[in-house]
Design a protein around this ligand. Structure first.
Ligand SMILES: *[C@@H]1O[C@H](CO)[C@@H](O)[C@H](O)[C@H]1NC(C)=O
Ligand SMILES: *[C@@H]1O[C@H](CO)[C@@H](O)[C@H](O)[C@H]1NC(C)=O
Ligand SMILES: *[C@@H]1O[C@H](CO)[C@@H](O)[C@H](O)[C@H]1NC(C)=O
Length: 438
């Protein structure tokens, strides 16, 4: 070996060690903690708090998030982040990074609930009958926080982060409309989160596989023949028929479903009659059904219709069943990808410390995030803790007394940003040329 080839070998070794070290640093996510530090700095933190409070003050329902959407776009403009708008009426889709694949999406929902706020504080909703009682105001603030972190570190992005500010999560099928508008075309993976009142601040909770149920609604009009309450023999009583229908529906889960396969059928609406001495012509009932697989879900749907029609006919009534899925599309099951769970656990432990990633039981609640499951190869959803026991218990979402522990904002921003960066890094190294060099 002559001296020039030895020099060559030495250079090669230095190059090899550097390239290798670069990958190790990335894989150990030592960088993620700095994002938490950054978003906890007072200027950054107060900026997110201010955004969250401004949105809280002015809640807007699904597909009416015009001012929220404008606020989002103004902040993206200030950061120099390009975006598409309008998507699904009020939706905004921002882009940070190379503008090239791979694409990883982060999602925040923007809509409020039709609910009167009962919390007395400086930033109480100023719109009567509307309230951010599900934390979507915080979700928007955290995704803008992540946007800022990502934009300031855009040279580290080995691909593109797609920021989804989505309308109408609360039953309006906003995710479905975002998909139809092409917002997630070419997206390889997506992360979504929800603030949780029952998980401690500084902790997250998730699982692999199904995490939230598929959900549908049903409504039935059960018709008989009204008349005098004292002369039942001249009537066909839909109240008694509907009562037996409701009892029979209870048997779908208790007698027909596998006890180890969680399902729910709830009749939550019963409307009929208005006087003590009149049997009405008809009764309307309605409710929801939930399951963790398509198979169980569509089995329940079929049996709900059969039971209502057949049981009504036992009492000489007719029944019209509708599943309302034009206005309220069925929510699919929310399923977490195994490889994204591994990535999430590593990233979250890097930021929060090991022991702060909790195992989540599946919940019967449904999320329209599940629509992304049907079109994006890898999806992942997790709960972000905000409970701080020294400040008392937090009321659950959809309560008029719901509050957000604003200390949660830096955690959400840092997690969003770190997950996107780390996902792109691992996609890049697993397919990239640096792998071949090793
Ligand atoms: C579940 O059913 C819906 C509606 O038929 C379908 O679009 C979706 O792809 C199914 N999902 C799975 C995982 O089979
Ligand atoms: C919980 O609340 C207490 C009292 O306000 C505060 O001192 C503490 O820092 C909070 N903990 C976290 C993790 O935010
Ligand atoms: C990895 O990232 C670099 C720098 O952004 C890019 O040039 C390269 O094409 C990427 N490789 C893959 C496989 O995505």
């Amino acid at each position: 070996m002559d001296s020039s080839s030895r020099w060559y070998l030495l250079l090669f070794l230095v190059h090899f060690i550097c390239a290798h070290a670069g990958i190790v640093v990335g894989a150990s996510v030592s960088g993620s903690e700095r994002f938490l530090q950054m978003s906890k700095e007072s200027e950054f933190f107060e900026w997110m708090v201010d955004i969250r409070r401004r949105i809280h003050l002015n809640p807007e329902l699904g597909y009416e998030e015009f001012q929220t959407s404008e606020l989002v776009r103004k902040e993206l403009d200030r950061m120099g982040i390009s975006y598409k708008h309008p998507i699904a009426v009020t939706g905004v889709v921002g882009f940070v990074g190379t503008g090239k694949p791979p694409f990883v999406a982060l999602r925040a929902d923007m809509d409020a609930l039709a609910l009167q706020e009962s919390v007395e504080w400086e930033y109480k909703s100023k719109v009567p009958g509307k309230m951010h009682a599900c934390g979507h105001d915080a979700h928007v603030a955290m995704l803008l926080g992540a946007a800022k972190i990502l934009q300031e570190h855009k040279n580290e992005l080995k691909g593109t982060a797609v920021l989804l500010f989505q309308p109408a999560e609360e039953g309006g099928g906003g995710a479905k409309k975002m998909i139809q508008a092409g917002a997630v075309d070419n997206v390889d993976a997506i992360f979504g989160l929800h603030v949780a009142t029952d998980v401690p601040i500084g902790m997250v909770s998730s699982r692999t596989g199904a995490i939230m149920a598929g959900s549908g609604f049903f409504e039935a009009i059960i018709s008989g023949k009204g008349g005098h309450a004292a002369i039942p023999q001249h009537t066909i009583d839909p109240i008694v028929a509907a009562s037996n229908v409701i009892v029979s529906l209870q048997h779908l889960v208790s007698r027909e479903a596998d006890p180890l396969d969680s399902q729910v059928v709830t009749v939550a609406k019963f409307q009929g009659g208005g006087a003590f001495n009149v049997i009405p012509d008809s009764v309307t009932i309605g409710g929801t059904f939930r399951a963790f697989s398509n198979e169980s879900f569509f089995q329940l749907k079929q049996r709900i219709e059969e039971v209502i029609v057949a049981q009504a006919s036992v009492h000489r009534c007719s029944a019209m069943v509708s599943f309302l899925n034009e206005e309220q599309p069925f929510f699919p099951v929310t399923v977490n990808d195994d490889t994204l769970y591994a990535l999430f656990k590593k990233v979250a432990e890097g930021i929060l410390g090991s022991g702060n990633v909790r195992a989540q039981h599946p919940v019967m609640g449904a999320e329209d995030f599940a629509f992304y499951n049907e079109v994006i190869p890898k999806t992942f959803y997790y709960f972000l803790g905000m409970q701080n026991e020294s400040n008392g218990l937090l009321r659950p979402g959809h309560s008029p007394y719901f509050t957000v522990n604003e200390q949660v904002l830096p955690f959400g921003a840092a997690l969003h940003a770190s997950l996107a960066i780390q996902y792109l890094l691992e996609e890049n190294t697993s397919h990239g040329s640096s792998h071949d060099e090793l």
